[in-house]
Design a protein around this ligand. Structure first.
Ligand code: G16
Ligand code: MG
Length: 217
């Protein structure tokens, strides 16, 4: 069967999860909300709008839609300021060899990201051409853990959900892949991503024989 290899972006291909955190932290500080790295796990893979709601819930802050809109714009401007100098050096270790291997083996590759900034990041890092399909925050209505983003990606690649393999760094993303009946591969810590079918601390720990096994499954 034809396989679909679907990559999350933030935290899987590039270390932008760190930038999202710094940008949100700035907003949280202004609102006097305690926002730790542990809280940040709740925001990974989650849409911008939902992320703000989670932070406001943490601080038990009620806000008008007008204020929320202002903070959403502020957060994105802060986030974008970290992306200005971004280049291929920000691609996480071990990612390129896996992308290249999949290309060599003529595998279908998609991006499945919650971010509305996905395309400029792929351009800046110079890896746009590896992706047959890009599904991002501009294309979906239901955020992860809803599997919509991955289901669209698999469909566009012409693969059944069962034949899709998803690389994810977030709990919400791993859950989305599982709910979509896809093979979930968690990139990160076992204690956070234990719901994933396979877990690796990063791509340098992924052996090409493992990828070969997925291709031939
Ligand atoms: C990413 C991040 C989330 C972020 C979301 C929206 O998703 O993990 O923390 O809130 O995108 O990003 P933006 O504000 O750029 O639209 P993913 O799915 O690539 O990990
Ligand atoms: Mg992510």
């Amino acid at each position: 069967n034809k396989k679909a290899f679907i990559f999350d972006l933030d935290g899987v291909i590039v270390d932008t999860a760190r930038y999202h955190y710094l940008a949100w932290q700035k907003i949280a500080q202004e609102l006097n909300i305690d926002f730790t790295l542990e809280h940040n796990e709740l925001l990974k893979g989650v849409s911008r709008v939902r992320s703000l709601d989670i932070i406001l819930e943490l601080g038990k802050v009620e806000a008008s839609q007008e204020d929320k809109n202002k903070w959403l714009i502020q957060k994105n401007e802060e986030y974008l300021s970290y992306l200005v100098d971004m280049d291929q050096s920000e691609i996480l270790p071990g990612v390129m060899p896996v992308l290249k291997y999949l290309k060599e083996k003529n595998q279908a590759i998609a991006l499945g990201s919650a971010s509305k900034n996905a395309r400029p990041i792929l351009e800046k890092t110079g890896i746009m051409q590896y992706f047959d399909v890009i599904v991002d925050g501009n294309d979906v209505t239901n955020a992860k853990p809803d599997p919509e983003v991955f289901l669209i990606a698999a469909k566009l690649l012409g693969a059944k959900p069962e034949d899709a393999i998803v690389f994810e760094d977030s709990v919400a993303g791993v859950q989305a892949a599982n709910i979509g009946k896809m093979t979930s591969i968690g990139i990160g810590e076992e204690k956070t991503l234990h719901e994933a079918k396979y877990i690796y601390p990063d791509f340098t720990h992924i052996d090409m024989r493992f990828i070969e096994g997925l291709i031939n499954k």
